[in-house]
Ligand binder design. Structure first.
Ligand SMILES: Cc1ncc(COP(=O)(O)O)c(C=O)c1O
Length: 424
C-alpha cells in the first residue's frame, strides 16, 4: 500500500515535485526560491538550455553549475562516450591498478604545465582540495595554510577550513592552522607566510567572491614567496580550468607553474562526476611509505575516465579555445555598451575569457539581477560572497547568435532593475 506521506513519488509536475522536495530533501531551498519568486524545477535539458519540468520557461543556462556544463547539457560526444563506457566498465576497484585511470592521468600530465605529472582522482572539488592540502602538509610536515577571504573551495573538511567563516560556524571546531588574507594582496601574503606554512591556496579567479581578476603579476609574486619559504602553491581551477578563461588552465594567463592544480566540475562533462588533484612529481613521495594512506572509493571511477578524456580532447583543442576567446570578445563589447547605457546600476564586467561577473552598484543588485534575469529567460546566480556581482557563466559552446541574445536579455534585465531602483 502506498504511504500517504510518499504519495508524490513518480509525480513530476512542478507543484508536486516542489512539495515532495520540501518534505524529503530541503524545505529551506523551497522557501528560498519561493521567496525569491523563482518557481522552477529542472526538467528537459539540452545544449545551452534548461526547461522547467512543465515545459516552460526555457532558460539559457548562464550558471552552468560553475562549469559542470562548460560543454552544454548532454553534449552528444560526451553522452556517446558514457554509453560506450558503460558497455565495458564500471566503478572499478580503487585498490587495484587501473588502465582507464592511468590513461586519463597520463593525458592530464601532457596537458598540465611544468612537471605536474601525477594525479589523484576524486569525486568532488572539495575532496580534491582536501587532498591537495594533505599533500602539502604531508610533504612539508607543516600545518599552516593561507587562503583568500571570500574564497571558496568546497564544503568538505580541509576545504571548508580554508573557506569563509560563515560556512563553518554552525558546525563546531575545524582543523587548525588556516589563515585567510585578502585576495590579490601580495603584501598580506608576505605578512602571513612563514617557515610554518605548508601551502598557499587560491582560486585563479575566486568565483563565489564575484570573479575579481587579480593583477597580472599577483601569482608570480605569490610563487616567489612560496619558493622563498618552502611552501607549496595550490591553485584551485575547479571553475577556471578546462577552457573557461580562453586558455586550457586559467593560471596560464599568469605565467606561473603551481605545485598543485585542482580541477573538478567540467571534467565530468556534466555526466559523470570526476575531480583531480594534479601535482608535481616530487610530491608523490608523500604516498610512497603507504600508497593506501589516501583512499576514495569512487574517485576516478573507471566508467567516468573515458568521459573525462573526451572532455580534455574537446577543451584542449586550439579551435575550441579560440572560439571561447572570440565569444568572450563579443561579451566585452556588449558590456561596454551596456555600461554606457545603465551607469546607475552597472559598474562593469569582470572578465577573463568567459569567466565573467556582472558587477553592479550595491548588494541589493545581485539577488535582484538573478530574479529579473530569470524572468527574462536567463539563469544567472549572484555571487554568495559578494552579492553585488552576478555570475555570468554560459556554456563555452554557445554561438555568436546566442551570445547576442544573452547580451540582449541582460540589457532588458538591467532596464528593469534601473527602473526598480528609481533610475529611469
Ligand atoms: C572554486 C571551487 N572550488 C571547489 C569547489 C567545490 O567543488 P564540489 O562542490 O564539487 O566539492 C567549488 C564548488 O563550487 C568551487 O567553485
Amino acid at each position: 500500500m502506498t504511504r500517504p506521506d510518499l504519495q508524490y513519488i513518480g509525480q513530476s509536475s512542478r507543484t508536486t515535485t516542489t512539495e515532495c522536495f520540501a518534505r524529503h530533501v530541503s524545505s529551506g531551498k523551497v522557501d528560498f526560491f519561493h521567496t525569491a519568486g523563482i518557481e522552477f524545477v529542472m526538467g528537459r535539458r539540452d545544449g545551452p538550455f534548461i526547461w522547467d519540468v512543465t515545459g516552460e520557461p526555457r532558460l539559457i543556462d548562464c550558471h552552468c553549475n560553475g562549469g559542470v556544463f562548460n560543454l552544454g547539457h548532454r553534449h552528444p560526444d560526451i553522452a556517446r562516450e558514457l554509453i560506450d563506457s558503460v558497455q565495458e566498465l564500471d566503478i572499478g576497484n580503487h585498490h587495484l591498478i587501473s588502465e582507464p585511470r592511468a590513461t586519463l592521468a597520463a593525458r592530464l600530465a601532457e596537458l598540465m604545465p611544468g612537471d605536474i605529472t601525477y594525479t589523484v582522482f576524486g569525486v568532488s572539488g572539495g575532496e580534491a582540495i582536501d587532498l591537495a592540502i594533505k599533500v602539502a602538509r604531508g610533504y612539508t610536515q607543516r600545518a599552516k595554510v593561507i587562503s583568500a577571504q571570500g574564497g571558496y573551495h568546497g564544503h568538505t573538511g580541509l576545504a571548508l577550513a580554508a573557506g569563509d567563516e560563515k560556512y563553518r560556524a554552525p558546525f563546531g571546531p575545524v582543523s587548525p592552522g588556516f589563515v585567510q588574507v585578502p585576495f590579490d594582496d601580495v603584501a598580506a601574503v608576505e605578512k602571513a607566510i612563514d617557515d610554518e606554512t605548508a601551502a598557499v591556496l587560491f582560486e585563479t579567479i575566486p568565483a563565489t567572491y564575484g570573479m575579481p581578476v587579480p593583477d597580472r603579476d599577483f601569482f608570480a609574486n605569490v610563487r616567489a614567496l612560496c619558493d622563498r619559504y618552502g611552501a607549496l602553491l595550490i591553485v584551485d581551477e575547479v571553475q577556471t580550468g578546462l577552457g573557461r578563461t580562453g586558455k586550457l588552465w586559467g593560471i596560464e594567463h599568469f605565467g606561473v607553474v603551481p605545485d598543485i592544480i585542482v580541477i573538478g566540475k567540467g571534467l565530468s562533462g556534466g555526466l559523470y562526476p570526476m575531480s583531480a588533484t594534479c601535482f608535481r612529481a616530487k610530491y608523490e613521495a608523500v604516498f610512497q611509505p603507504d600508497p593506501f594512506i589516501h583512499i576514495s572509493t569512487f574517485g576516478g571511477a573507471e566508467v567516468g575516465c573515458p568521459v573525462a578524456l573526451k572532455v580534455l580532447e574537446i577543451a584542449s583543442d586550439q579551435r575550441f579555445l579560440q572560439h571561447v576567446q572570440d565569444i568572450a570578445a563579443l561579451f566585452a563589447e556588449g558590456f561596454d555598451a551596456l555600461k554606457a547605457k545603465y551607469p546607475e546600476v552597472l559598474v562593469g564586467l569582470r572578465q577573463l575569457g568567459m569567466m565573467m561577473g556582472i558587477e553592479l552598484v550595491d548588494e541589493r543588485c545581485g539577488p535582484l539581477f538573478s530574479k529579473v534575469a530569470f524572468d527574462h529567460g536567463l539563469l544567472s546566480v549572484y555571487a554568495n560572497n559578494d552579492p553585488r556581482v552576478s555570475q555570468l557563466l554560459p556554456p563555452l559552446i554557445i554561438d555568436r547568435t546566442l551570445a547576442a541574445e544573452i547580451i540582449d536579455r541582460v540589457d532588458q534585465t538591467l532596464q528593469v532593475i534601473t527602473a526598480m531602483l528609481g533610475g529611469r
